[in-house]
Design a protein around this ligand. Sequence first.
Ligand code: ADP
Length: 392
Amino acid sequence: MPTDTATTWAPAARAVAQPRRVFVIDDDDVMLLTCRRTLEKDGYEVETFGNGLDGIRRIEQQPPELLLVDLKMPELDGLQVIERVRQVDPNVVIAVITGYATISTAVEAMKAGAYDFLPKPFTPDELRLIVNRGHERWRLATESERLRREKEEAERRFVTFVSHQLKTPVVAAKQYLDVLLYTAGDELTSRTQEWLRRAQARLDEMLTLIGDWLELARIERGGDGLGEPGVTCDLRHAITTVVEALRAQAESAVVTLETDLSAEVEHVRGDEVSVSTVVSNLVSNGIKYNRVGGRVTVRTWLEGATALIEVSDTGIGIDEASLPKLFHEFCRVKNDQTRDIPGTGLGLAICKRIITTLGGFISVASRLGAGTKFVVHIPTAATTEGLGHGAR
Ligand code: ADP
């Protein structure tokens, strides 16, 4: 059991106390000044903006904890500001200021994502009440998010610990069955032999699941120097090796495996094991989710400082609704055609983690019944920056 995964049970460090930042957006200068004076006296860091666009630009750079925004402003009004801020950072707590407080405007603002409502004119105490309440809400939301992450992290460490513990006995049980079938197979009835083979198959599935989970945990720990600067691999060599290793699987599935590798693409960022894992998962899926007589093609080309690897197949395809979930852990598309195909639902999650860590991204396009195409964008060895898209 490696100490770096299973025995580190210390809770993550507590969130560092944040400065209490408040932004105020209002086209009324007097209002801005009043808010600034009142809140700065209470120790808040205040920034004020005379229109929605300036405020949003600043929020895009560094969002505050709390935003007070006037509902009625020329150009961008309060509701439009709320909508944009929600897209930039849904955690910002928003309170609206308005001179024409009615139930319907309040409802509209709350629906758009505002948390509180401050009718004009207001006293400094009323302003303080709203801001303090908003700040408390932000603090509680942040704290509960931190606890959620800590819980998730603890659960993942537990699963990793259990996986490590299970691996050895499962391998041993499988070996006992191998020996039993090999040495005493003739003495067993064909029915018993069939049961033992089924037990072996289930243990194999379990070992694959354990292996995939441990691989994911290894990547999350940045294991074996994944993503370390300066580590590169020969992409052409990695793909050729993977394709040759999978040729037998393709032949038994009666699927043609072909490559079209550009001589321009040489070394890319990443160690060979990780890059090969990505290619192997994609090609193996292309074979698994294919049909007799189908084809899987691996193509590479260069676009500036990016190497592209396309793995396309003529297989069963994926329905549109499943595409956004495809890279989530344990996602398996369930239908009549996939029911009997073994898998863990971790392969694509592993691919995405590896590629993201290497500063690239992966995308997918598919049509049900027509085939699937995955495209991996990976920085070439010479690049120092990430590709900046995030995995999609
Ligand atoms: P699995 O171990 O189940 O293959 P993956 O994470 O590799 O897990 O893939 C997740 C799911 O995405 C698969 O269960 C399958 O339903 C679908 N999928 C992946 N690749 C393809 C493909 N090339 N064609 C059709 N479906 C695919």
